[in-house]
Design a protein around this ligand. Structure first.
Ligand SMILES: *Cc1c(COP(=O)(O)O)cnc(C)c1O
Length: 370
């Protein structure tokens, strides 16, 4: 038998090998400067990422969950308020609303795109609704125009959870520019990842930017002056330096992800496996290549037997997690999200996959017979 080509679900090694010298230089620069919080590296990355997104302000913070929480708190959302978000998302989207003191209200996703279905938003609006928080899930922008139109009609704010979609475009516009503010995560596995936890908020609103910066720095406007009961969530110098080393490569690395997705799309022909759809006007950056299969667990086992990793995003929807029992949403209440949780499988897709690995994934998917 020929040697099996192994394909992990994800590997950072090809990217890290390529950027090895830059990443080591970033470490050396910070270590030599011996300055670790609130310094030149943070300021430089914030400026570069704001320019990349095409917004006026970027505020570094500790992680993506904090980014979303800070946006909501700084926007005055809190106890008694409701925020509408998709039922199919990572739990952080809902937790951000809860941490702000408000109530997450889930809307069932569109099974074709996995993103929030604009047609299911309006029925969730109540007098307590303050905002809509769409997620650009798996790297594909949510359908923002109808979402913003609904928000405008009802006097609601729109914020983006862009944690999975750095660099993606909607009708030519970068995510991060499509609402009042956007939260990004730089968790290592995201398309732009730090070497640890990190995140940021981007916005064009100067007052909001300032309040977010203060809230994330102990509520202080000047050292030892505290105008809010803030939190500690800052982007540290080391992570900022690593992110600055990686950012110039993001578009190229996203293009490579799109190329792999295109090869998958052209090569995979298995009626049992439904490939992800690209919505019109959306430039998907394939944080995750999500397929659907009625016998999902058998497909995962079939791939594993061939040395191919896979993953589920996410096996249990937010409303069926014990943490969110309090929402009193029983099984069956979010049928599309629940169906996705039973049938979705994430295939390996990362920067630096070899042709042999890409072919191995395609062949393994094609040879699955249920
Ligand atoms: C990763 C992620 C977050 C949270 O980011 P962290 O940096 O892990 O806190 C929020 N929302 C979505 C959709 C994510 O994928």
């Amino acid at each position: 038998m020929p040697d099996q080509v192994k394909v992990p679900f994800v590997s950072f090694l090809p990217m890290e090998h390529e950027l090895d010298q830059d990443l080591r230089a970033a470490f050396e620069r910070v270590y030599t400067a011996s300055w670790y919080i609130e310094g030149k590296e943070d300021a430089a990355f914030e400026k570069a990422f704001a320019e990349y997104c095409g917004v006026n302000y970027c505020i570094g913070c500790g992680n993506g969950l904090d980014a979303l929480t800070l946006i909501l708190k700084a926007s005055g959302i809190g106890a008694g308020d409701e925020v509408i978000l998709p039922a199919n998302t990572f739990i952080a989207t809902a937790l951000a609303v809860s941490y702000a003191g408000a109530t997450p209200v889930l809307a069932d996703p569109d099974p074709a795109t996995f993103n929030i279905d604009p047609a299911k938003i309006e029925e969730k609006i109540t007098p307590a609704t303050k905002a809509i928080l769409p997620v650009h899930l798996y790297g594909q922008p949510a359908d923002m125009d109808p979402i913003c139109e609904i928000a405008q009609r009802h006097g609601l704010q729109v914020f983006e959870d862009a944690a999975q979609a750095q660099g993606a475009r909607y009708k030519g516009r970068r995510v991060g520019t499509l609402g009042a503010a956007a939260g990004f995560s730089f968790y290592p596995g995201k398309n732009l990842g730090a070497l640890g936890d990190a995140g940021c908020v981007v916005t064009n609103d100067a007052a909001l930017a300032q309040k977010i910066r203060e809230l994330g720095n102990y509520g202080s406007d000047r050292k030892y002056h505290h105008i809010y009961m803030g939190q500690n969530s800052r982007l540290d110098e080391l992570q900022a330096a690593f992110l600055s080393a990686k950012l110039p490569h993001l578009d190229r690395m996203n293009a490579e992800r799109r190329r792999v997705a295109e090869l998958y799309r052209r090569g995979m022909h298995n009626p049992l496996v439904q490939l992800p759809a690209e919505a019109p006007g959306c430039e998907h950056v394939y944080h995750i290549f999500a397929v659907r299969c009625e016998s999902r667990d058998a497909l995962a086992a079939h791939l594993a037997a061939r040395g191919i990793g896979s993953n589920m995003h996410y096996p249990i929807p937010v409303h069926l997690q014990p943490a969110y029992e309090g929402l009193h949403l029983s099984a069956g209440s979010m049928p599309e999200a629940e169906k996705i949780s039973r049938t979705q499988l994430s295939l390996p897709l990362y920067y630096g996959m070899t042709d042999a690995q890409i072919q191995a994934v395609i062949e393994a998917v094609n040879s699955f017979d249920g």
